[in-house]
Design a protein around this ligand. Structure first.
Ligand code: ZN
Length: 470
């Protein structure tokens, strides 16, 4: 009877999680500790946030004190279910008043100090690509498995600094049975998911022009491989429910809303029966999605955008217009990728309707994080590190301490096989951490650094000011 009851309870729990879209445990890549979050997100998204009436952002002064630190447990990610307002009949009932357990009842006694703010770190990189020359050296004949983790050896500590660490996966990882391939229709080993998780990524967006390289099956298999590594995904969908559910990833009690879109899919049509398979850039839909996340209590919103023109080192007018519009409408960080080269970033000051100023960040393109592409700065990338501070008195969350960290893909041969290592550019040059590089190669790398630095500085000196969207 006990067994039966437990089985029934498990079944009910699984069913509820499926319905609510809250699906899996978060394996913290930072400390290896498992922190499960079983909160039922459709309801906790609203019930767990009591401060929705307050403006979600403020323009606080340039605080420099990092000592406040993170106040607590990594609460893990929560994928929130549909809002009741979406009118779906399959959302979980709103009976979870437990929230995420990080709220204290009532106001503190007057003689106690105010709750300190919570600081967290947001990290993102650009395109994770897998060209065919990247494979052979990483195949283990004994295990019959690939292990791509050495790619990330030199940047792993930086990725692991992120409470949220995002990468754009620019290839299906649909398994060997579909055959591995590079450009123009990619398919890479599923082991890449394991390497990404092990490197410290917790979120992989995959709305990009290669999303449909292996069709709907490719999407399905790719999502399964990523989910098997407890990676949060955004940008492709196996069902309409999945396409419409809100994704909120909570770390240290700060709730990040996440969206991901691509300008297109290289002319491959969306499956007729699955028009929702890839999140495509559609301004009205995007504005609606941002509004839904705000309504669901997201403390800040990241939009991963696959847009721009390949190999262009400055953003197009269309990129600027779209990105600024999204920030004006409530997005806080635009994480751009696709041009395969680093483009500048800019900060945005949004004057909200009530007169307060909210800071946004637009990173137009983070270039290639890992690829076989060389020349024309295609072997350089950008790891962007941003401080996120939540004021635990006002509930407001702000972006601070934007730190661009250029990276470079060191490619070398052992025998006939290509090896790859992503390295932090500045440190590599300053400390000459790659003994195999010649003085001439270091001189070339230094010129590359100057080019990237100039590019990054070209639009970030002063903020762009925009009024809030009506
Ligand atoms: Zn692309």
């Amino acid at each position: 009877m006990v067994t039966l009851t437990r089985a029934a309870a498990c079944f009910f729990l699984v069913l509820t999680l499926m319905l609510s879209g809250c699906s899996f445990e978060q394996h913290s890549p930072i400390d290896g500790k498992e922190a499960s979050n079983q909160s039922q997100s459709g309801s906790s998204a609203t019930a767990g946030n009591q401060e929705q009436a307050a403006p979600p952002f403020s323009n606080e002064g340039p605080a420099t004190d990092h000592s406040a630190g993170g106040s607590g447990e990594d609460l893990g990610q929560t994928e929130s279910g549909k809002l009741p307002t979406t009118g779906s009949g399959d959302a979980a009932p709103s009976d979870n008043l437990g929230g995420s357990g990080n709220e204290s009842p009532g106001a503190p006694p007057p003689d106690e100090p105010a709750a300190p703010p919570t600081d967290a770190t947001w990290v993102a990189v650009g395109d994770v690509m897998m060209h065919m020359p990247q494979l052979p050296a990483y195949y283990n004949d004994k295990t019959k498995q690939y292990d791509f983790s050495p790619y990330f050896d030199a940047v792993r500590p930086l990725i692991r600094e992120g409470d949220w660490s995002l990468a754009n996966l620019e290839t299906p990882i649909a398994g060997q049975s579909l055959g591995y391939s590079g450009f123009p229709r990619f398919n890479a080993p599923t082991e890449l998911a394991e390497a990404l998780r092990e490197a410290g990524f917790s979120i992989v967006t995959n709305a990009n022009n290669h999303s449909l390289d292996r069709g709907a099956e490719g999407i399905s298999r790719t999502l399964a491989a990523l989910e098997a590594q407890q990676l949060v995904t955004k940008g492709t969908n196996r069902s309409r429910f999945e396409a419409e559910k809100l994704t909120i990833v909570e770390k240290k009690g700060i709730r990040m809303g996440l969206l991901a879109y691509t300008y297109g899919t290289n002319g491959i049509a969306l499956p007729a029966a699955m028009p929702y398979a890839v999140d495509i850039v559609d301004e009205q839909k995007m504005l609606g999605d941002i509004a839904k996340l705000k309504e669901a209590g997201a403390d800040f919103i990241t939009v991963a955008l696959h847009f721009g023109t390949e190999y262009q080192t400055v953003p197009s007018e269309a990129q600027k217009k779209l990105a600024r519009k999204l920030v004006a409408a409530g997005a806080d960080i635009i994480a751009g990728a696709h041009p395969h080269v680093v483009q500048p970033y800019e900060t945005v000051e949004v004057t909200e309707v009530d007169g307060t100023i909210r800071n946004g960040l637009i990173i137009y393109s983070m270039g290639n994080f890992i690829s076989n592409q060389r020349g024309g700065t295609k072997d350089y990338g950008l790891l962007m590190k941003v401080g996120i501070r939540k004021d635990n008195v006002t509930g407001q969350t702000t972006i601070r301490d934007v730190e661009p960290i250029p990276t470079w893909v060191y490619r070398y041969k052992v025998g006939k096989l290509n090896h790859y290592r992503i390295v932090p550019l500045d440190e590599t040059i300053a400390k000459r951490t790659i003994p195999e590089l010649s003085s001439a190669e270091y001189a070339a790398l230094t010129r590359g650094k100057q080019t990237i630095d100039q590019r990054l500085a070209s639009m970030s000196a002063a903020p762009v000011t925009v009024p809030a969207a009506p």
